[in-house]
Write a protein that binds this ligand. Sequence first.
Ligand SMILES: [Fe+2]
Ligand SMILES: [Fe+2]
Length: 264
Amino acid sequence: MIEKEAVVIFVGDVVGPSGLRAVFAHLPAFAKKKKADIVIANGENAQRGFGIGKEEIEALVSSGVDVITSGNHVWERKDAEELLGSTSVLLRPANYPAPLPGRGYGVFKGRNHSWAVINLQGREDLYPIDCPFRTADEIIARVKREQPDAFIVIDFHAEAAEEKEALAWHVDGRASVLAGTHTHVQTADERILPLGTGYLTDLGMSGPLDSVIGVKTDICIQRSLTQIPIKMETSENEASVCGAVFTIDTATRKCLKIERFELK
Ligand SMILES: [Fe+2]
Ligand SMILES: [Fe+2]
């Protein structure tokens, strides 16, 4: 019997060792309870706040994560290029210039369904990379042509709510889900757009609770007081896991339900 619904769990930016521990502690049981077909997590800050390495990828995979998306911080490790070129589970934003290594999207096998996961990055208050809107158009067209069965899910790693909402409306009806990452603060604006795309501006952070977006509070206060770029250090204390569960109608590919979560 074909299931009428398919569930994707989307986890926001995992920050440092405490974020990884929280994911390991909470995600497996939660994914089982929600009968997730696939689990996606943004791992751009998994390695002590900046980038991701082999160990962090293994930690996320052993916590039940099927696909790791990323963003601007993924390039900060020396071996990022090698990792991106060799690790199929790790994506980087598709709209970085072409010669860079890694994949910006992939089609992954879930428990019962295929999922095309597309990673894009915004340009407002970030880097002037290629256009995420046109890149989305190209990749969606390719997926629909080559792997029409796959449900399309987008991680839009961006700063500006305006840009995130605009891209969601742009892909409405063509993607089942568009979820934002990067700000580390979960928004409460989940909604299903008229043609069926499930949208949330930001999934939030999976990282230390007593922190400023994952960074030690005293460092952030001093940075603000002095306007000096004091080196950021990831905070280490109890962490929560933030994200959202999207339920998709397998016949229409429309999103039926969005539930935000914070696990701790
Ligand atoms: Fe991040
Ligand atoms: Fe980011």
